[in-house]
Design a protein around this ligand. Structure first.
Ligand code: K2U
Ligand code: NI
Length: 185
């Protein structure tokens, strides 16, 4: 897996809107999709992650590996070790079609593979979203996600428009939140 771009690198890719991906996928974009998902699978495998010192990830967007294209892998494990993943796919040209008024945030705050430091605070996101995207076969998919999977996908789609999680944190009162914000643990 190529180096993951950090927000402290002088690389504008993390702050640039990514370009639409054309189908049929170029060989480069097919390989990119495979590398993104492979990183997530390896990072969630204790032995491999230890051996290659990988930070665990449930999502990885193309700009994070210096490719400014609208593509992100998402791999959210199931409840238990042997369960099927809760969500696993490479999202190409993803678009949020609708989003709940209800907002939610991870009670622990968020992290990012491109941010090598803790940035405490709630990151308010939509608790439910309807997502449309193309899969690697070019088929258009439409899925409704809620709670943690919805949070992860919104974090990844932010990477495709040059937004990082801490942009959403109220720096004066990082743990300030409206009464109706759902805190997910
Ligand atoms: O940097 C990335 O985009 C990957 C993030 C995605 C993410 C972080 C926080 C909240 C939602 C999505 C990494 O997965 S951060 C590390 C991590 C690993 C396992 C579980 C949660 C967070
Ligand atoms: Ni991130």
């Amino acid at each position: 897996m190529d180096d993951i771009v950090r927000d402290t690198d002088n690389n504008p890719v993390l702050r640039t809107r990514a370009a639409k991906v054309d189908f049929p996928l170029s060989v480069e974009n097919q390989q990119l999709a495979q590398q993104l998902m492979e990183y997530l699978e390896n990072s969630q495998n204790e032995e491999i992650a230890e051996k290659y010192q990988l930070r665990a990830g449930v999502g990885l967007a193309a700009p994070q590996v210096n490719h400014g294209v609208r593509m992100t892998a998402v791999l959210i494990p199931g409840e238990n070790e042997d369960d099927e993943p809760a969500f696993k796919d490479v999202l190409v040209n993803p678009v949020i079609l609708s989003e709940s008024v209800q907002m939610a945030a991870l009670a622990e705050g968020e992290g990012c593979l491109s941010v090598d430091r803790d940035v405490p605070g709630y990151v308010p996101r939509h608790d439910r979203i309807t997502l449309k995207y193309q899969n690697l076969a070019g088929e258009t998919k439409q899925v409704r996600l809620k709670h943690y999977p919805a949070i992860v996908v919104q974090h990844e789609l932010d990477h495709l428009i040059g937004v990082l999680f801490y942009d959403h944190i109220d720096e004066n009162e990082p743990f300030n939140h409206p009464d109706d914000l759902i805190l997910l643990s």
